[in-house]
Design a protein. Sequence first.
Length: 99
Amino acid sequence: MYETMDELMASVQRRLYRIRDLTDDIAGVRGRESAQDGSITVEVDGNGALLDLQFSQAVSTMTPAEFESTLVATAAAAVRRAFERRSELVTTFNEEVAD
């Protein structure tokens, strides 16, 4: 418990600054993944929104089904990577503010 109003205000201020830091950190989260053969590279933000999509010459030899499968798997891996990072940030934040 807080013994003075100043202690309480200082604690609230620290948490507010930490929330702002968390917001900035989450805004900077990126997930980038390339297919094993390097044919497709996907980059997403911390919400899983597509930021960049690159294809190498290798996609020209793929069947439509192979292309679709590789694209979906690569995008899913990029999103998973971004969400894992975002989760780490939130977990760290929760641990810090629980003190």
